[in-house]
Design a protein around this ligand. Structure first.
Ligand code: PEP
Length: 248
């Protein structure tokens, strides 16, 4: 079965609740699509107003992070169950900014992935290499390590339903996009890794996005690659251009 393209916006730490509602209104007609799944991954405080603002549209709401514990004394954290109850369907796990600035390790991300599934959320699991790693020719070794560690104990059926985002760190927010060949090569490498860990059917089903300076002019070529099933989009998801990316 053909995989459905999925384009998700990562708003990062942008948009106050009132700005968020305004943006949803501005993008509403531009992001309409029958063929592409559209997700807005928004800051925690924007979740409730955004869920309300996109009601009746084709847009689904995602969170940018979550904690793996059920509840209790974890000041400042938000649980998977809280997200689910608020109307969230997707959650970004392991974005490079969280791995880097907040020191989230693969062991923690593995717990988050499993907890997200338990709560009925779809993880968008991020992976990607630094420029130094690319230059040392260890890109695929590094990414395979991330994928294998983050998916310990995750079943084939769960993997079939999830999303993996390949985001080279050097391409995020830099305006420097990976070449189509580089992006396709790594996304295929991730699919091969899933086939080795699970089976061919699981590898065939899992959706793999590319992320890193996706914009209205490079989306079509990137998303047209055989192993790239859409994108995780930062900067350009906050502008009307996001509509062009969805309808690439
Ligand atoms: C991201 O935040 O995941 C991202 C890819 O950002 P940008 O599109 O701005 O590079």
């Amino acid at each position: 079965m053909a995989r459905k393209t999925i384009v998700a916006g990562n708003w990062k730490m942008n948009m106050t609740p009132s700005q968020a509602v305004k943006l949803c209104e501005e993008l509403k007609d531009l992001v309409k699509s029958d063929t592409v799944d559209v997700v807005y991954c928004v800051p925690a405080i924007d979740i409730i107003p955004v869920v309300e603002a996109v009601k009746g549209t084709n847009v689904k709401v995602g969170a940018e992070n979550m904690y793996y514990e059920e509840k209790g004394a974890y000041t400042g954290e938000i649980s998977a169950e809280m997200l689910k109850d608020a109307g969230v369907e997707y959650v970004i796990i392991g974005h490079s900014e969280r791995r880097d600035y907040f020191k989230e390790c693969d062991c923690m991300l593995n717990k988050k992935v499993k907890k997200a599934f338990e709560a009925g959320l779809t993880p968008i699991l991020c992976c990607g290499e630094s420029l130094e790693q690319r230059e040392m020719n260890v890109t695929m070794d590094w990414i395979r390590l991330q994928i294998k560690s983050d998916l310990v104990g995750v079943t084939a059926d769960q993997v079939k339903s999830m999303v993996i985002a390949y985001e080279p760190i050097w391409a995020i927010g830099t305006g420097k996009t990976a070449t189509t060949e580089q992006a396709q090569e790594v996304c295929k490498g991730i699919r091969d890794c899933i086939a080795e860990m699970y089976d061919a059917a699981t590898a065939e089903a899992v959706r793999i996005q590319y992320g890193g300076s996706v914009n209205a002019s490079n989306a079509a070529e990137l998303f047209g690659q055989p192993d790239i099933d859409g994108g995780l989009v930062g900067g350009a998801s906050l502008k009307a251009d996001f509509g062009k990316i969805v309808n690439f």
